[in-house]
Design a protein around this ligand. Structure first.
Ligand SMILES: Nc1ncnc2c1ncn2[C@@H]1O[C@H](COP(=O)(O)OP(=O)(O)O)[C@@H](O)[C@H]1O
Ligand SMILES: [Mg+2]
Length: 276
């Protein structure tokens, strides 16, 4: 058993394996910018069901509402219409039980705390003892075993991102939400971390929703790539990526990979797919 410090879920049946991990039904989102103006409709008619253990990438141009979808799954925004359920309940229920892991772009690490303490933070916030072995293994997972005592400013951007990903996985969450976690990195570091995350994920199979505007990143990591268009944002296309795991550099060099990437890139350029 994984020692994640999580107390047993008393009185709680383990949900049926076939129940969706995340379900958005008829979701719309509007933002009211000022009282005088019409509300801004950011998302419309979003239906998306994510299975347990599935990795879904949300791909789309800047401003199409990807982060808003993720923030609704995280319970940070409420939908204007429709419903968002995570593990069969409101997102807030999952958050209260510390079963949701979140890593967003530029996720703030505590600047005065070591890598170790930053990764231990979710345990402290949950009021649980910090399991040393688990922190050690998380540092190892993200390749930072020699940097436990280092502070964020002593580390590179890529290393800081790895800490925030390790932190999001610390409590072995049921659902992992990643919003452009590699957004601020150079292309080489980004690809390396993509491969690392893919390898970690192939072992753990945590239900994951990754928001990205990087097509290759989405295809490398996801079981399903959902292409969004704006505005208002809607789901334009869903692409299954059936390649076996673990997926390494062989996959990124394969014809199948480039064929899918090219097709999704042209879809993003012209979401109607040539239809008018
Ligand atoms: N809190 C907010 N208030 C007003 N408008 C917002 C808010 N959050 C997002 N928006 C707007 O919603 C649209 C979608 O934003 P976002 O979900 O961040 O897009 P993406 O992540 O795809 O770039 C953008 O036009 C953005 O300006
Ligand atoms: Mg965004």
């Amino acid at each position: 058993m994984v020692d994640n410090g999580r107390p047993p879920r008393e009185g709680q049946e383990k949900p049926a394996a076939d129940r969706a991990a995340v379900e958005l039904r008829g979701v719309a989102k509007e933002f009211t910018l000022s009282r005088r103006r019409e509300p801004l409709r950011v998302l419309d008619g979003i239906d998306l069901t994510i299975a347990r253990g599935e990795f879904v990438a949300l791909l789309g141009p800047s401003g199409c509402g990807k982060s808003t979808v993720l923030r609704m799954i995280a319970g940070l925004e409420a939908p204007t219409a429709g419903s968002v359920q995570v593990e069969g309940g409101a997102p807030s229920a999952l958050i209260a039980q510390h079963r949701l892991g979140v890593a967003f772009q530029d996720s703030a690490l505590l600047p005065w705390a070591s890598a170790w303490d930053n990764i231990a933070l979710p345990f402290r916030l949950a009021g649980r003892p910090v399991p040393e072995q688990r922190i050690r293994s998380l540092l190892e997972t993200v390749g930072l075993e020699g940097f436990a005592r280092a502070r964020p400013k002593q580390l590179s951007g890529g290393m800081r991102q790895r800490i925030s990903i390790a932190r999001s996985m610390a409590l072995d969450p049921d659902v992992l939400l990643l919003d452009e976690p590699f957004g601020a990195l150079d292309a080489v570091t980004r690809r390396r971390l993509n491969l690392e995350l893919g390898a970690v994920w192939a072992e753990q199979r945590t239900t994951t929703v990754l928001v990205t505007h990087d097509v290759a990143e989405a295809v490398l990591l996801a079981d399903r790539v959902v292409v969004m268009t704006g505005r208002p944002g809607s789901l334009a296309h869903v692409e299954l990526i059936p390649a076996p795991r673990p997926r390494g550099e062989d996959f990124t060099r394969s014809h199948a990979f480039h064929e899918v990437v090219d097709r999704l890139v042209s879809l993003l350029d012209d979401p109607s797919g040539g239809r008018q």
